[in-house]
Design a protein around this ligand. Structure first.
Ligand SMILES: O=C(CO)[C@@H](O)[C@H](O)COP(=O)(O)O
Ligand SMILES: [Fe+2]
Length: 231
């Protein structure tokens, strides 16, 4: 199962700011509201100054959500270390950070060997050019629009030229944005070419998440169609 190959909009809720004592029902609520996949944020207290959960939770969640695409956003040092446990737990995609490893190629290889899709992320201070050698090896590039570590932070619009830089060069690439994304910031993300949208607190706390997802999707789809007509 792939996400979308740059051709359509995919929306994945981040459940960091949900009631984690009801993780499965919160995930189900957001999937029932029209989400395409789940974006599960793993933090190790080293790469980022916060802790969340690891593969044992993913393993428990998997049988409750059969068929749902799990993207693991691995905000961890030495991401190589958790590839096999996450694959065994039922993860579909393993998105690691460029900043977290000295050997992205071997991490990519390991993720593929474990049967998962590969995402490669960059933090706000990181130049977008660093991902260029790896674009053809991965399924998705994640451009962080907050400094990773916490849900509910303010969107950093200065990161968006990185999305445009990638979209101008790679029409079919899945480009994901994550951090402070919601109905108020989606337009800016869509117009630079983001097509895979993580939305955390804006969706989790929305009184009508179904409507929020429909509205965000229609804005992203509009820009995708416009860019296809311009080709
Ligand atoms: O990876 C992260 C934060 O490090 C994100 O996935 C956020 O958790 C998204 O939440 P909002 O910024 O949308 O509230
Ligand atoms: Fe995330």
């Amino acid at each position: 199962m792939a996400l979308s190959n740059g051709c359509s909009c995919k929306i994945g809720p981040s459940i960091l700011n949900a009631d984690l004592s009801s993780l499965a029902s919160e995930c189900q609520r957001l999937m029932d509201s029209g989400s395409d996949y789940l974006h599960l944020d793993v933090m190790d207290g080293h790469f980022v100054p916060n802790l969340t959960f690891g593969h044992p939770i993913v393993k428990c969640l998997r049988p409750k959500m059969p068929g749902v695409f799990f993207e693991m956003h691995m905000m961890v040092e030495n991401p190589e270390r958790w590839v096999e446990p996450m694959a065994d737990a039922g993860a579909n995609m393993y998105t690691f950070h460029y900043e977290a490893t000295s050997d992205p190629v071997s991490c990519i290889r390991k993720i593929k060997e474990a049967g998962m899709k590969v995402g490669l992320g960059i933090n706000p201070p990181t130049d977008v050019e660093v991902v260029l050698p790896y674009v053809d090896m991965v399924d998705l590039i994640l451009v962080m629009t907050v400094n990773p570590g916490f849900g509910g932070q303010a969107f950093i619009a200065d990161c968006l030229p990185k999305v445009k830089y990638l979209r101008d060069r790679y029409k079919q690439l899945d480009i994901e944005v994550d951090g402070g994304v919601g109905p108020k910031t989606i337009q800016q993300c869509a117009e630079v070419g983001a097509n895979v949208i993580v939305s955390g607190s804006a969706l989790v706390k929305h009184e009508n998440p179904r409507k929020a997802i429909i509205d965000m999707r229609s804005i992203v789809d509009e820009y995708i169609q416009k860019s296809q007509l311009e080709r």
